[in-house]
Each structure stands twice: as C-alpha cells, then as structure tokens.
Design a protein around this ligand. Structure first.
Ligand code: A2H
Length: 253
C-alpha cells in the first residue's frame, strides 16, 4: 500500500431520470454517482459502473448544490476537502444500499456509450475511494472478468435485477495499444492466464501486475484526438479537461 495521501480522479456519472424509487424525492436535482480512478485517460473505454449490492451508500449535498452518491466514509473525507458547505459536515439526503441503485442508467464523460448502467461487483472495497468504480474492461482485468461473468451467467444477472440490455450490448473498447498485449490488454492478459471468473483472485492479481505498469509506461493512445501519444504524456491533460468541464473532481485519501 501507498504511504501518504493518494490522489484520485472522481468521475461524475450523472443519474438519468426517471430516478429509482429511493432517489425519487430528489427529482429535478443533479445527482451523480462518483467513481474514484487512478486512470482518467481510460474513460474513453467505460462500459458500465460497478456498485456493491450490499454496501451502504449515501446521497449527500455539496456546497454547489450537486448531489453525490458515495460511501459515508468518502463523504466525510470530502467534507474536509471543501466539497461541502460546512467544513467537516456531511449533508445526508438519502441513505441507500447498493441494490437500491443497481441497474440504473447513467451518462458519463468520454465514453462512446450514451448511457451506461450500474452493475454488481462483489469485490468492491468499502475502505477505498467512493465505493463506486467505473469499469474499463479493455484495460482493467478485474473489470473484464466481472463483465464477462455477468454476460455469461443469466442467473447472476437475474439475482440482481439486471436486464440483458444493460450488459449484452457493451463490449470492451480498444483505446490504448500496449506492446505485446495489443489494443485490449486486459482481455489478452485474462486469456493468457486462463482466468475464468472474477473469483480467480491470484490469477487476476498476476494479470493486473502484467498490464498495469506496462499500460502506463509503454501504452500508446489510439483514440481520436490523442492518436499515437503516450499514456504518460496525456494522462494529466485528459484529467484536466474533465475537471475543467466539471465532469470530474480531484479527491485525496
Ligand atoms: B481503476 P488503488 Cl483501466 N474497490 O480505474 C475496488 N477497486 C476500486 C475501488 C474500490 N472501492 N475504488 C477504485 N477501485 C479501482 C480504472 C482502472 C483502474 C484501469 C486500470 C487500473 C486501475 C477502471 N476501473 O487501477 O488500490 C479503480 O480502478 C489500478 C489499481 O488505490 C481505481 O483505478 O491503487 C483503482 O482500483 C484504485 O486502486
């Protein structure tokens, strides 16, 4: 683990109306699920957003009137980073569990998919980031394995009330070329290591070790506007663009 504070980019994923029953009292307000990522330059490849079905979340109000959905722990951290009206105070609007916001439509920055959905991931940690994770199956083995599980297992989808159209149309998007791994590095790594599901912990750890460092240090962007540029060189540019457009915010923990 890192020593000292870690900076995350929080990606704002706007909840589309009509809102699910638990959020209905917030009709007319701008509600965002916010996902903590270390890889803002991969947002071109978002296909869905992961939520833990049994984890507690809150919808809370920020100083600018926006409503963020995160864990209470992340909300508290935000209150010490000038997100809230009063320093150290969280303004809770609604208490939720993940299942209350499962299978809901969102719109997010940079992805080619106009609408993406919240889907269940059981390995989300309560004590990291916001408890909301954006999914980039092209470049993150955890995301690829979990999305493939949902695609392959109808019972898994049914258990969490996920409809076919929230999962089946969404394919990994080639966004970064990684030497030796190609343009879908997470897919390649999962195939090489014969990963069968999101529960293949040790193999997934290996896959991640293989692709993350290489993706960051040797990856080359292949998306329009950044073609041929190194991931390292565009990461901060893409991050700043989203922050300036109010599509993302910087958060520390
Ligand atoms: B990353 P670190 Cl393409 N539980 O975003 C589990 N995983 C979480 C999480 C939580 N509560 N909060 C964030 N994460 C994930 C993109 C990505 C990420 C890519 C490649 C690598 C990568 C798309 N998912 O992470 O322990 C998020 O996934 C490499 C580790 O703080 C976040 O960035 O290092 C990353 O883990 C933060 O993990």
């Amino acid at each position: 683990e890192n020593v000292g504070p870690q900076e995350y980019t929080l990606i704002k994923l706007k909840v589309c109306e009509p809102y699910p029953p638990k959020l209905r009292s917030l009709k007319g307000r701008n509600i965002f699920l916010v996902a903590a990522t270390l890889r803002p330059e991969t947002m071109f490849g978002q296909t869905n957003v992961w939520i833990h079905p049994d984890l507690s979340y809150i919808a809370h109000e920020l100083a600018n009137g926006d409503v963020f959905v995160t864990t209470r722990r992340a909300a508290r951290n935000m209150s010490y980073q000038e997100f809230t009206k009063e320093w150290g105070k969280v303004h809770v609007l609604v208490e939720l569990v993940g299942q209350d916001i499962m299978g809901i439509p969102l719109s997010g920055p940079l992805t080619k998919y106009k609408v993406i959905y919240t889907l269940p991931m059981l390995t989300i940690k309560e004590d990291k980031g916001t408890g909301v994770v954006t999914s980039v199956p092209s470049d993150a083995p955890d995301d690829f394995a979990a999305l493939r599980d949902l695609k392959n297992k109808e019972q898994f989808r049914a258990k969490y009330g996920i409809k076919d159209e929230m999962v089946l149309p969404f394919e990994p998007v080639p966004i970064i070329d990684v030497p030796e791994f190609g343009t879908l590095s997470a897919v390649t790594a999962c195939e090489q290591l014969k990963i069968k599901s999101q529960n293949d912990k040790d193999q997934l750890q290996l896959a991640k070790e293989r692709v993350y460092l290489k993706g960051f240090y040797e990856g080359v962007m292949i998306v329009e506007g950044y073609k041929g540029q190194k991931v390292q060189d565009v990461k901060n540019i893409i991050k700043k663009k989203m922050v300036d457009a109010k599509e993302a915010v910087i958060y520390m923990e």
